[in-house]
Design a protein. Structure first.
Length: 534
């Protein structure tokens, strides 16, 4: 058995895995009070909006996969927001932009998360929404203690938070940068969450909260209007999948980038991953990642607005043919038509209940503190998902009114013999498919237990966030030195990260042991989370 840092949680009556311990506790509280897996996931997500405000919240987007034990099937929810009426490639080019703005009001699309919360709750929730939101409201109103990760994010983005809106007043209330262990109170966010819990989704999309956000954006040059908010709706979608080692791996269809993971799995035919990440295996996987991402950047867009060739992207024969051309040395990165992905400040969490329902949920502001726009008096920081578009005339992912951007969010799910086996996912923007691939290979090829697969040293190519060179292949320092040396000899620009580095993502997983009626939950040592069982 591989030595691990953490301990998984085992339970027959429900488990929760979230990247912050207070969120996992909130999820368990919801289960203990008779809530469903969706109630637990929403409770955890709402707490994450409070304790990791740089990563998620009501100003962001959401995607989820839900296994319904009653229906005996998997449901997918796309709760990503759309570009406003005044947002088009032509309009932005006329303003002098040659690429999408990464921050500020022009990067903001309609936030979809709030509608996603209520859409999930309406279909699968059991508890009143105010009860689901109780712990989040309490932590926001009474205050909580910052972790080093959250305090560090405030330090790194304090200038951004001072540009537009009231972010500095909230996160540095006395003008002093906080440290781990300092208290943070978010009274406006507490009021907003309580208002939403009492009034429902329309408070955001047709009511006073949304109107306040729209007015603030309009006064600062934003491109969203009341009709854009009123038109926002989540979409139930059919997951797409491929089969690897007898396991059906499921992702959400475009505009999610989840197809990139499925394409990489389709390219693995003929590889022998073996016990661990050897230099040759890492090389082979990185080269397949380049191929999958070239397709992602060329084709993935909003299928409601353009035709996305999903059959081409998931064609196993084509994938194998492309992988057959991978050589012994590193190929140049394929040309990209979009900007480099941001740091991927996202939260992924999962939950399972005693009835066999399982939720895989991901929610994000995209970059740390998203657009940097914090609407005064609301506690809402708005995301910068518009940065996922491009301004290339005629490109499938070109910015256009009412369109959803290519999205990095991708909650994972896997079935064995038609039954739920694994909920999995991670933060990390472009790193998400790469981390997910390594988790699956650890479980399915190296036969690792859940926590060991989570903690095995990881790599990421073209790491998000700007800490490392864009062309670099980044390895955690726990890799053997010979791995780095041989990969360098093969032409990769190898850079070493910390031994346990958050740039590799912050993953959570739940594995369902059908034979024993047991759920196993694991969290990533690269985050602040715990796995808890009821």
């Amino acid at each position: 058995m591989a030595e691990t840092f953490g301990t998984p949680a085992y339970g027959a009556n429900g488990v929760v895995a979230a990247p912050h311990y207070l969120a996992s506790q909130a999820g368990i509280h919801a289960l203990r009070e008779g809530g469903s897996a969706v109630d637990a996931a929403l409770a955890a997500n709402l707490v994450m909006a409070v304790v990791w405000p740089h990563m998620c919240g009501p100003g962001g987007d959401l995607f989820a996969q839900v296994w319904s034990a009653t229906d005996r099937r998997l449901f997918g929810l796309n709760a990503s927001g759309r570009a406003g009426t005044g947002m088009s490639g032509e309009a932005y080019r006329a303003l002098g932009h040659t690429s999408m703005p990464q921050r500020g009001v022009l990067a903001i699309t309609v936030p979809g998360a709030v509608d996603g919360w209520f859409t999930l709750h309406e279909r699968f929730g059991k508890l009143p929404f105010l009860q689901v939101a109780r712990e989040a409201i309490r932590h926001a109103r009474e205050g909580f203690r910052l972790t080093a990760a959250a305090a560090g994010a405030i330090h790194a983005n304090v200038d951004l938070l001072g540009r537009i809106g009231g972010g500095q007043a909230v996160f540095t209330p006395d003008g002093r940068l906080p440290s781990a262990g300092d208290a943070l109170v978010e009274a406006d966010l507490a009021d907003t969450l309580e208002h939403l819990a009492r009034e429902g989704r329309d408070a955001m999309y047709r009511g006073t909260l949304g109107a306040r956000i729209q007015e603030f954006l309009a006064s600062n040059g934003g491109r969203l209007e009341s009709l854009d908010f009123a038109a926002q709706r989540s979409e139930w979608v059919e997951p797409v999948s491929t089969t690897y080692r007898g396991v059906q791996v499921c992702e959400l269809p475009p505009n999610s980038q989840g197809v990139a993971l499925l394409a990489m799995l389709n390219m693995l035919d003929g590889l022998s991953p073996g016990e661990g990440p050897s230099p040759d295996l890492v090389h082979q996987l990185v080269e397949r990642k380049k191929l999958a991402f070239a397709d992602r950047d060329a084709y993935v867009a909003d299928p409601a607005c353009v035709e996305v060739p999903i059959d081409l992207l998931l064609d196993a024969r084509r994938s194998r043919e492309r992988a057959a051309h991978v050589g012994p040395t590193a190929a140049a990165e394929r040309t990209r038509t979009v900007g480099r992905s941001v740091d991927g400040d996202t939260i992924y969490l999962c939950a399972a209940d005693r009835d066999g329902n399982v939720v895989s949920l991901i929610q994000s502001l995209y970059a740390a503190f998203g657009s940097g726009v914090h609407v005064p008096g609301t506690g809402v920081t708005l995301h910068n998902r518009g940065f996922g578009f491009n301004l290339v005339a005629g490109h499938p992912n070109e910015l256009a009114p009412g369109k959803r951007p290519m999205h990095t969010l991708m909650p994972g799910f896997a079935l064995r013999s038609g039954k739920p086996w694994l909920a999995f996912g991670t933060r990390g923007a472009d790193g998400q498919p790469q981390t997910a691939l390594q988790l699956l290979l650890g479980l399915l090829d190296s036969d690792l237990e859940l926590q060991a697969a989570m903690e095995r040293p990881r790599w990421v190519h073209s790491a998000p966030g700007g800490k490392f060179p864009e062309s670099a292949l980044v390895l955690e320092a726990r890799f053997d030195a010979r791995v780095a040396e041989e990969l360098s000899a093969r032409g990769h620009e190898v850079v070493m990260a910390e031994a346990v580095d958050p740039v590799m993502g912050t993953a959570q997983m739940i594995q369902l042991d059908q034979a024993r009626g047991c759920a196993i939950a694991a969290t990533d040592p690269r985050g602040d989370g715990v796995a808890l069982a009821l």
